[in-house]
Design a protein around this ligand. Structure first.
Ligand SMILES: [Zn+2]
Length: 407
């Protein structure tokens, strides 16, 4: 028994027809017309196999194939369909279409399974509308409380609840997702990096999802005339930040698994003829190991202090977010690995540098992730691409793993 690659190809095409920026990448923000168009297509496919569709807490979607043992914990598969502004066709979509094809194949072939099999679509994984990543899984698992949900608004001031109600995704089951209800979860996803492609592999198996520390740093110096102030009498905040950024690069490079990125820099006053008096920037530090993550971040903080001292600058540092690394299930890694081996596919155990809904669910139950290559390592951009052949292989491995877990 194998999945049908032609159907997967069609699903990818159909879902990506729902796009608010045609010709300029894919944009599909949560609860918008485009989002609901894609959901509508998926619902039609699910209705064909008679899956029981239910809108869950926070507008997350669950389509269930009931197993022979009523009320047994479910085997969960799926991903998300929201997309960052002008992103690509594959982030989230790969996990969605492979999971959809797997439940279609199981249903059509009347495969015996004791446990229910749940195909899920998590809301707002990519922060596409409410700028809050993993929002759907965090609401469903009760990590975001009712009163906090009430405060979530998009750029236009429309609240999460209002947008959800407007879309028609009104929860029929508002209960919090508990670990005892899920036996295991597997999420296929694009790698969003170059490792698989560079090694000529189709499949990666995630062992750990990296931890992330995000800092907001403000460096203050003295604004002054760019012409009248001699070089030795300056306290140029931007020169200090330039040094800090290069130090962060050097510190993170000393460790094979660490990464550090300054993605946003705001210079004040930001004028051609004025020495920058104030610079605000973000620092994103990641590692698979919590101790190393904190060591790297401490070293970078120390270097900020030294640079500021040497240059007569002051610093204010705020911790914006901190997510510990998540260890995925060894048992699921082995099940995925065996399924791949049975199909003659070489795999690589790897770290995910990006977070996923799987990180949230991993706190509740055994979770695994199957990675497929991203061409050129590109993601969150129109160039995002994964060959259909690799997606098909991932779907077949998912199929065998799900059958193993639910039998
Ligand atoms: Zn994603």
């Amino acid at each position: 028994m194998k999945v049908n690659a032609k159907r997967i190809e069609k699903d990818i095409e159909e879902i990506n027809k729902f796009n608010s920026t045609p010709g300029q990448g894919i944009s599909r923000a949560t609860f918008t017309q485009e989002y609901m168009g894609a959901i509508g297509y998926i619902f039609k496919e699910l209705e064909k196999i008679g899956a029981e569709i239910k809108i869950m807490r926070g507008g997350n979607i669950r389509a269930r194939l009931e197993g022979t043992v009523k009320d047994a914990p479910s085997v969960m598969i799926g991903s998300h369909i929201d997309s960052v502004f002008q992103g690509g066709k594959f982030d989230g979509v790969v996990g969605t279409v492979t999971s959809l094809e797997v439940i279609r194949t199981i249903s059509e072939n009347k495969v015996f399974h004791k446990n229910p099999i749940d195909f899920v679509i998590f809301v707002e994984e990519d922060g596409s509308r409410f700028s809050s990543v993993l929002l759907g899984s965090r609401i469903w698992t009760g990590k975001v409380k009712e009163e906090e949900i009430s405060k979530i608004i998009d750029k236009e001031g429309i609240s999460y609840r209002e947008a959800m109600t407007e879309s028609g995704l009104i929860p029929e089951d508002n209960s919090i997702l508990e670990g005892r209800k899920i036996k295991a979860m597997i999420e296929p996803h694009i790698e969003q990096s170059l490792v698989l492609e560079s090694q000529g592999l189709s499949i990666g198996i995630v062992e750990t999802i990296a931890g992330i520390k995000q800092l907001e740093v403000t460096i203050e110096g003295v604004s002054n005339h760019a012409g009248a102030t001699p070089m030795n009498l300056r306290n140029d905040a931007l020169c200090g930040v330039a040094e800090i950024i290069l130090n962060a690069e050097m510190i993170a490079s000393q460790n094979r698994t660490s990464v550090a990125t300054v993605g946003l820099v705001e210079v004040t006053p930001g004028k051609t003829n004025i020495i920058p008096g104030k610079v605000r920037f973000t620092l994103d530090i990641r590692d698979k190991d919590d101790v190393t993550l904190n060591e790297i971040s401490d070293k970078i903080l120390k270097s900020i202090e030294v640079s500021c001292k040497n240059r007569g600058l002051s610093d204010t540092i705020k911790l914006a977010s901190y997510t510990k690394p998540v260890l995925l299930s060894k048992k699921i890694v082995e099940i995925i690995e065996n399924s791949a081996k049975n199909q003659g596919i070489d795999t690589l155990r790897m770290i995910s540098g990006a977070v996923h809904d799987s990180s949230v669910i991993a706190e509740l139950t055994d979770v695994g992730m199957i990675f497929v290559p991203s061409r050129g390592g590109r993601s969150h951009c129109p160039e995002e691409y994964t060959p259909l052949k690799d997606i098909e292989i991932a779907a077949n491995i998912l199929l065998e793993s799900v059958i193993e877990l639910s039998k």
